[in-house]
Design a protein around this ligand. Structure first.
Ligand SMILES: *[C@@H]1O[C@H](CO)[C@@H](O)[C@H](O)[C@H]1NC(C)=O
Ligand SMILES: *[C@@H]1O[C@H](CO)[C@@H](O)[C@H](O)[C@H]1NC(C)=O
Length: 336
């Protein structure tokens, strides 16, 4: 494997930067699915067994917190605003969102829904504006929004109906993205579903995705928005067959109309998270490994066979981190 890799480097990849993944911490008994990187020094991660990790030195060290009163809860998503302020989302029964303003030492409940069947999947923020998406209680996605960084939430009526057996994955907190049109002063969301059907859902449209679907374990897990244009990448696949490379990624151009295309070289298996690093570069990870694309998602190169659930780039800065099972948090290093 290693020889083969060097051979490729000599042949033509030599000019391109090489990527390496450095493990920063591992061995804490939590499965991390929430990751939010404020800047090159501050990052937060959240996971199962009530665990939250925060680093204020770019991942050199982490402070692990077990959220009091929520020791058995699974925090599938986190949104961090600074070294002191963040919110975390616990999925179900009851679905709650907690907020800290003291670096994770104490948490206040800012959202709670006790309805049976309620299951939150992901949050996304754009400045102080945020949305949370949950599985359908009727025939519509559950949506709530905040305008004050998560202090108050109000339900939003979805215009899009979804089918029986169609729902959302809570695998990396990245199946919904929020765009703010500052001129029109309105917000648009892009969410992706899976299960019986896998769709791209927007405020007032729905598009069937050309991805694996039809069963509970299949469909879209994550959507990334290109930072410089309207392109998007969606990843997913079948989490019960995580080496399968069919129907696990679709490229979306969103110009006058929405257009789908498939990659030439797909990511190397089921992927639970995708994120853009710049206009052309994107990173995708899942239980069977990590891939990078330097051509907007057309071709993906496997850079690790280690399992990661979530990856994220600093909101302000260039650092890129990945996280997953057994409390593993790593950093993507680029060597020229
Ligand atoms: C880790 O957590 C799981 C799930 O709660 C538990 O079953 C297991 O015993 C824990 N392992 C250790 C080493 O604490
Ligand atoms: C990151 O944000 C924190 C505020 O939470 C700030 O104190 C720190 O200086 C910032 N670091 C960098 C590298 O921007």
């Amino acid at each position: 494997m290693r020889l083969f890799f060097c051979f490729l480097l000599l042949l033509g990849c030599g000019a391109a930067a090489a990527q390496k993944i450095n493990v920063l911490t591992s061995g804490t008994n939590t499965s991390i699915r929430g990751l939010s990187v404020v800047n090159d020094s501050v990052l937060w991660a959240s996971g199962s067994r009530g665990m939250v990790a925060v680093s204020v030195n770019g991942g050199q060290s982490f402070a692990w917190k077990k959220v009091k009163g929520y020791e058995q809860r699974d925090f599938r998503d986190v949104e961090a605003f600074s070294a002191s302020t963040a919110i975390i989302m616990a999925i179900a029964e009851p679905a709650v969102i907690l907020k800290t303003t003291d670096g994770g030492n104490s948490w206040q409940k800012v959202f709670e829904v006790n309805t049976k069947g309620m299951f939150l999947d992901a949050m996304d923020f754009n400045g102080n504006f945020g949305v949370v998406i949950g599985d359908p209680l009727t025939n519509k996605p559950y949506l709530a929004a905040t305008e004050d960084s998560g202090n108050h939430w109000h339900p939003v009526e979805s215009e899009m109906k979804i089918d029986t057996g169609e729902a959302f994955f809570a695998s990396s907190g990245t199946n919904i993205k929020l765009k703010i049109d500052t001129v029109e002063r309105r917000y648009e969301y892009y969410a992706v579903s899976g299960g019986k059907f896998s769709n791209l859902l927007t405020n007032n449209n729905k598009y069937l995705l050309p991805l694996q679907q039809g069963e509970q374990s299949k469909g879209a897990n994550s959507i990334a928005l290109n930072p410089e244009n309207n392109d998007m990448i969606v990843v997913g696949g079948d989490f019960t067959d995580d080496q399968d490379t069919t129907g696990n990624c679709v490229l979306i151009s969103n110009g006058l109309s929405v257009h789908f295309s498939m990659p030439h070289t797909s990511p190397h298996g089921y992927r639970s998270c995708v994120t853009f690093l710049d206009k052309n570069t994107a990173l995708a990870c899942g239980t069977s490994g990590v891939d990078i694309s330097t051509d907007g998602g057309k071709n993906w190169r496997l850079i690790s066979t280690n399992s990661y659930h979530v990856c994220a780039k600093a909101k302000k800065g260039n650092s890129v981190f990945l996280a997953g099972k057994e409390g593993r948090i790593s950093r993507l290093e680029v060597q020229d």
